[in-house]
Design a protein around this ligand. Structure first.
Ligand SMILES: [Zn+2]
Ligand SMILES: [Zn+2]
Length: 270
């Protein structure tokens, strides 16, 4: 024993992954950035914390960067466009790396007072955003802690550390792929002024965010996977929150609105 990955490791990893992922997609993105629904106070705070556990940077910075991304999508000023360095293959390779993670280390920062004044006004959100390092530690500590409690041994706890590293890197690999892959490839059934695409094979792992072409065509929509068969677990959860009375004024996409944003059939190719 002690080698390989146990079911407990795997279960913890999957659970932590989807908690953080939905914290980003439902919380940071659809709710805080785009206001696609309103949330009661406890849900608002819970979403801020859940998103912080995904280790994608502090809430206020995330929202400011993402609003700027929509304002300048794939043009000059977009903090993370894969087309930044040009359209040749080597330029796109460099651009994909940049859009995936390189941009995080850029010295030029999005002015948060300009792009996220609504969040800065809320003292609780400001505090959660400022405690980013704490949330990172909590996020890394949960799997070994739970693992240790379940197996009730130090042995269990130390073994869990292998799972911890995986959890730490989970969102770097998938949620950020929206910025890189979903602006480079994918189908474009909807009208948008950028290169955003719908990428079906990322739908489950990205919690429904890879229907990114629809998202740029209609940014405030609470559902991104609007066409038949498009899996969108974030939209499903928002629906449940709405039924529970925690979320209200949800901007569900009306059929006429979706149709109005459709491309001509001839431009439907990837
Ligand atoms: Zn985008
Ligand atoms: Zn967005």
């Amino acid at each position: 024993m002690g080698v390989g990955v146990s079911w407990l490791d795997l279960g913890l990893m999957v659970a932590m992954y989807f908690i953080g992922c939905h914290g980003i997609t439902i919380g940071f993105h659809r709710y805080f950035t785009h206001g696609s629904f309103k949330a009661k106070r406890p849900l608002r705070i819970a979403l801020a914390v859940m998103g912080s556990l995904a280790v994608e940077g502090p809430l206020v910075r995330w929202v400011a960067d993402h609003r700027k991304h929509h304002k300048f999508s794939d043009a000059e000023g977009d903090p993370h466009s894969p087309w930044r360095f040009g359209e040749t293959v080597p330029a796109l390779m460099k651009g994909l790396w940049w859009a995936h993670i390189g941009w995080m280390f850029d010295e030029e920062r999005t002015p948060q007072h300009k792009y996220a004044p609504d969040l800065i006004k809320d003292p609780a959100l400001r505090a959660i955003s400022r405690q980013f390092v704490l949330w990172t530690v909590v996020s890394l500590a949960i799997p070994p802690l739970v693992g240790g409690l379940v197996t009730w041994s130090w042995w269990g706890r130390s073994r869990r550390s292998s799972g911890v590293r995986w959890c730490g890197w989970r969102c770097c690999t998938v949620t950020w792929s929206i910025n890189s892959i979903c602006h480079a490839v994918g189908k474009r059934p909807f009208k948008s002024r950028d290169r955003s695409g719908n990428v079906w094979w990322l739908a489950v792992l990205s919690c429904g965010e890879s229907w990114h072409n629809l998202h740029h065509a209609d940014p405030t929509s609470a559902r991104h996977g609007v066409l038949r068969g498009q899996v969108d677990s974030s939209a499903r959860l928002i629906r449940w929150f709405e039924k529970a009375g925690w979320a209200y004024d949800v901007r569900w996409p009306a059929k006429s609105r979706i149709e109005a944003r459709r491309q001509n059939v001839s431009a439907d190719a990837a």
